[in-house]
Design a protein around this ligand. Structure first.
Ligand SMILES: *Cc1c(COP(=O)(O)O)cnc(C)c1O
Length: 425
């Protein structure tokens, strides 16, 4: 051992309980190392990671190429602020625009910041290009959305846990049902600047809309001169079996897109896996005639576009392309859902499995406020697999996309054994 005493799980958890704000309720496991699809706790036990930091670690933990880019850039230049140019940002912006097929990018750090940026961009576009009267711009959002935690974003949320006692809220948000085109059409008027939507609602419990939903929604938006903003912070970057869940005219290699309708959003929001979980990086991409409403001083962030983030993100996106992660996610996802469907036939604990690519969830056959999903996750942990309930009785399964078929088989085995042996405590 080094000078620092090895810390045990109980101590680490006690420290967080004593000194940390209790804004999370983690599973009782204390991780200290990660590699690929695995993480290890401080006692040295190995687990399959079936959450991937909410799809930030699509490329697997500590991917050597991304870590190498991080350490190499960290020794040269980390931050200059945007008061000066840096030699990575322009390269990165070109790379990102070509990679996803957009004209321009505005770099930020976290997903929530990128969503805020997109809302500001859409409002300004609404006033200056669409001609919405001052102060009247509206953004349409969907019920049960998850776009982050800032005041403006929770102003668009209908989750009482996220909103209670945080008001007053930002006006101008109109909430409609998800996967409901009639509701979208009905909400349209001359004051609407944008429709902000997740191609699959991840946090809500992996709700996959109808196949043609986004495509039809985009048609409605176009007819009313309204921007379609796709929040792909969680669905983006190969997770759902395509480079983007809304995949349109992007540069993903042939065969990465399946036959379902394709949409190119007017504004695309990325975060999480854009850095492979190594560093907070997010981005808003749009066509030139939208992005050009942003002028110097209108918006910014000290860390947005820093050279470290740029170098890390380029390496992380190289990995997605070079390791065919979209195709892997699609193939493994099909296998996974088929095998979980077999398990469902054997156990009464699971109602259904749903998802796309390697963004999947099972719905536990119990009430929404029951602790059954939590108890099942505790049992999965004991058997060497980490997953977490999302809303009540739903468990999200989203392993790193670098998983092999043999590893996936082993994981399905763990899930099967756990569910067959599970008894409510
Ligand atoms: C995680 C997430 C966000 C927020 O990202 P942060 O980096 O946590 O701020 C926004 N939108 C979606 C769809 C997400 O899954």
């Amino acid at each position: 051992m080094s000078v620092v005493e090895k810390q045990h799980s109980a101590e680490a958890m006690a420290l967080e309980a004593r000194y940390g704000a209790q804004n999370y309720h983690p599973l009782p496991v204390v991780l200290s190392r990660g590699e690929g699809v695995f993480v290890w706790d401080v006692e040295g036990r190995r687990y399959y990671d079936f959450l991937s930091a909410y799809s930030a670690v699509n490329q697997g933990h500590c991917h050597p190429r991304i870590v190498e880019a991080l350490t190499a850039q960290a020794q040269k230049l980390t931050l200059t602020s945007r008061a000066f140019y840096n030699d990575q940002l322009g390269r990165y912006e070109k790379y990102l625009c070509e990679y996803f097929g957009f004209d321009k990018v505005l770099p930020m750090n976290t997903g929530a910041e990128a969503v805020e940026t997109a809302i500001k961009l859409a409002r300004k576009w609404g006033y200056e290009k669409k001609g919405i009267p001052a102060g009247k711009a509206k953004i349409i959002v969907c019920q049960n959305n998850f776009h982050g935690r800032t005041i403006s974003i929770i102003s668009a949320s209908n989750d009482p846990v996220a909103t209670e006692n945080f008001g007053p809220f930002t006006p101008g948000m109109v909430s409609i049902r998800y996967n409901d085109l009639e509701a979208l059409e009905a909400a349209m008027d001359e004051h609407v600047a944008a429709f902000l939507v997740e191609p699959i609602q991840g946090e809500a419990g992996v709700y996959v809309p109808d196949d043609n939903y986004l495509e039809q929604a985009h048609k409605i938006c176009k007819a009313h001169n309204v921007l379609l903003i796709a929040d792909e912070v969680q669905t983006g970057i190969a997770r759902t079996g395509r480079l983007l869940a809304s995949c349109g005219n992007c540069s993903c290699p042939k065969g990465q897109c399946s036959g379902t309708p394709q949409v190119k959003p007017d504004v695309l929001i990325l975060g999480k896996a854009i850095s492979g979980g190594v560093f907070p990086v997010s981005a808003v991409l749009a066509r030139k005639e939208i992005m050009e409403v942003i002028r110097p001083g209108n918006h910014g962030s000290t860390f947005g576009g820093n050279p470290l983030a740029c170098a890390v993100a380029m390496a992380a996106l190289d990995v997605v392309r070079d390791e065919d992660l979209a195709q892997r996610a699609r193939k493994l996802g099909e296998k996974f859902r088929a095998q979980i469907a077999e398990i469902i036939a054997e156990t009464h604990w699971v109602r259904l499995v749903r998802g796309k690519g390697l963004l999947n969830a099972i719905v536990i056959d119990d009430t929404e406020d029951s602790s059954t999903a939590w108890e099942i996750c505790m049992a999965l942990k004991e058997n060497g697999l980490l997953a977490k309930p999302t809303h009540g009785n739903i468990i999200r399964f989203a392993p790193p996309l670098v998983m092999t078929e043999a590893e996936l088989e082993e994981c399905v085995g763990i899930i099967r054994k756990t569910l067959l042996e599970f008894k409510k405590p």
